[in-house]
Every structure is written in C-alpha cells, then in structure tokens.
Design a protein around this ligand. Structure first.
Ligand SMILES: C[S@@+](CC[C@H](N)C(=O)[O-])C[C@H]1O[C@@H](n2cnc3c(N)ncnc32)[C@H](O)[C@@H]1O
Length: 336
C-alpha cells in the first residue's frame, strides 16, 4: 500500500491518478454532492459555539483529495454562517504537490481562507477526515504469520513470514498520536468504514472503476487499496494519549441527529421566487433528496460508515454533539 498508493511518481494517490465519483473508481460521501458538507457545517458550527465562538478557530482537513469537501464547507459557511466563516481558517494537510495544485484550483474563490501544510501543526478547532484511515498502509497479520510482498523473477507475490511485533495498523495509530499532540482544544471527527476489534476481518479491498479487483497485484497504481478501520484500537490509542471519546455511531444515526437538530438545512425553495429559479431549485431539490437517501440509507452509505469523535480540553459534562444524540454510549459501543 505504501508504494502502490504513495510512491512519489507512480502512486495511485500521489500521482493524481485517483478519480472519485461516478466517472471514477468509487464513491465517497463527498462525491455524493454538496449536501454532505452542508450537514457537516451545522455540526462544525455547534462546536465553534461550544468553544466560545473564538476568532482563531481552525478547521483542519486531512485527505482532502481534490478540495471538493473544503469548497462545500466554505461555500456553505459563507452563505449560512457568515460570523463563523469570518472567525475561521481552513487548513489542509496535504503532502502531495499534485493534489495541492488541484485543491488550490478548486478553492480559488476562498484563497484568503485556506492554508496548506505538509504535516500536523498545533491548532484549536476541528480536525476532519473522511476515508483517510482506510487508505493508510497496513500489515497483513494472521495468528503468528505475516504476509509480505515479494518479487520473484518478474512476478509479484505474497510470501509468509513469522509476524513482526508492529501493530497491523501502525500508520493509523501514529495518526492518533499526531492528532493528540497537536489538538490544543476541540474535536477530531473521522468517518470511515470499519469494525470493532473482536469482529475484525483483516483483508485489503481493491477497487477500480466501481468494481472489486481480485488481487492487489492487478492494476497497480490504477486501483484503490483500502483496509477497514479497527475502531477499537484507534479509540484505545486515543484514550491512552489523553483524548476523550466524544461519540461513536454509524453515519445513519449521526446525520439523523444533525438533521433533527437543524431541519432547516433540508428546507426546499422559498415561495418568493421567479418561475425559472423555482425550476432550477426544484431540480437541485430532487438531487439533494437522492443525495440524502444515499448518505442515510442503511443499505447504502448509512451503515457502511461510522463516525468517531475525539475531544480535548472541552467540557465533558456538556450535552453530546448533535450528531451523537441518537447514539449508544460511545465507549461500550466501541467495545471498551
Ligand atoms: C479514500 S481518499 C478520500 C478522499 C476524500 N476525503 C473523500 O472522501 O472523497 C483518501 C485520501 O487520503 C489521502 N491521504 C492518505 N494519507 C494521508 C496523509 N498522511 N496525509 C494527508 N492525506 C493523506 C490520500 O492522498 C487520499 O486523497
């Protein structure tokens, strides 16, 4: 995964080969449309209020791909929460120049709001990621053996060796350490597809053009390789680093919590419109309804994805974030 996804010249992500959406290799919440960002803005605004509407609030995004989520967030903030828009900056952690370039084009209208970094820096606010952890390299460990990738002649194949002492998801655990070390005050919200430790099935998924590919050795550099996230080990590591588990639930419950708190987000066109703008909005409304169904439906993305929120230096006795108001107690839901 390290080479195939992140090799500076040939990596699926680092070369810019990755395409997300209908014409690409797979869908994500972000590629479903701007609704996902609009819903997240409501949750972000609640956090900004909880932190006392501070002026140097930073929204950090990691795994920002082509900048679409950042654009959806900033557009929605500007239209619906101008005070929050004024008080915040948007920081993208992006190690790959080609993706930075794509992001900077997508975010041209917001160039004074956005800053780029290659790695973590201290911040107060929110760290957000969607499908970041599943793209981090893993080891394939089963019982006492580990599968490694070997080259024999011109054939790439798996060989088995006694397991190393490293965790299978060391990169994801290192990421938790980084979040804990740099978040001064606020929340980290990460969305991904995963399982709990005791039901974990450790195999990689390979996807290209919306199909499952049988082997990670097919379509090298042109296919996505991911591993489901082991939420339990992530949560344990977070607590060991002084972060509080502020919520854990599936995406269906998370978004339902947000929508039930701010039903106006889904409000249709107002009556005070010209016939043309009403037709345009009615089309947008149909699209938004389809997007909502895709994001929420348990057999679409609603159950596939889970949401974990980690908190630092925020009042633990305050009510849970709205996204978690229909969620079970987080620690027990995580098997802790
Ligand atoms: C599955 S894509 C998700 C893209 C986007 N968040 C979305 O939901 O459409 C994973 C992204 O994570 C990025 N990524 C992986 N490791 C990263 C790291 N350490 N720092 C920043 N981005 C990273 C990849 O380059 C890729 O753009």
């Amino acid at each position: 995964m390290e080479q195939v996804l992140y090799h500076p010249e040939h990596g699926y992500y680092s070369s810019g080969a990755c395409a997300i959406g209908r014409k690409g290799d797979y869908f994500t919440n972000v590629s479903v449309g701007p609704l996902f960002g609009q819903l997240m803005v409501a949750q972000f605004a609640e956090i900004w209020e909880e932190l006392g509407k501070i002026n140097d609030f930073v929204i950090v995004e990691q795994g920002a791909h082509d900048g679409q989520f950042a654009r959806d967030i900033l557009q929605s903030l500007q239209e619906r929460a101008p005070e929050f828009f004024e008080a915040s900056r948007y920081r993208i952690i992006e190690p790959f120049p080609i993706l930075r370039e794509q992001q900077s084009q997508a975010l041209e209208p917001f160039r004074n709001k956005v800053e780029w970094r290659s790695s973590f820096e201290p911040f107060t606010g929110i760290h957000f990621s969607n499908e970041l952890l599943d793209a981090m390299p893993v080891r394939l460990i089963r019982c006492n053996t580990e599968k490694l990738v070997d080259l024999q002649g011109d054939k790439i194949l798996f060989i088995e060796r006694p397991r190393s002492s490293m965790a299978f998801n060391q990169a994801a655990l290192d990421w938790v350490d980084n979040v804990a070390a740099n978040l001064q005050r606020g929340y980290a919200i990460t969305i991904d597809y995963g399982r709990l430790g005791n039901e974990f099935q450790g195999n990689v998924q390979v996807r290209a053009r919306h199909r499952h590919v049988d082997s990670p050795f097919e379509e090298i550099g042109h296919a996505d390789i991911t591993m489901q996230v082991d939420w339990t080990s992530i949560a344990r590591r977070a607590e060991a680093n002084g972060l509080r588990i502020a919520g854990f639930t599936d995406q269906h419950h998370f978004l339902t919590g947000i929508i039930s708190t701010w039903p106006d987000i889904l409000q249709g066109p107002s009556s005070n419109l010209t016939a043309l703008s009403r037709r345009v909005l009615a089309g947008a409304d149909r699209k938004a309804k389809r997007a909502l169904q895709t994001l929420l439906h348990p057999e679409m993305l609603g159950r596939t994805f889970q949401v974990l929120a980690l908190a630092k230096n925020v009042d633990a006795s305050a009510s849970p974030l709205s996204g978690f108001k229909f969620a079970r107690e987080a620690r027990s839901a995580l098997g802790l």
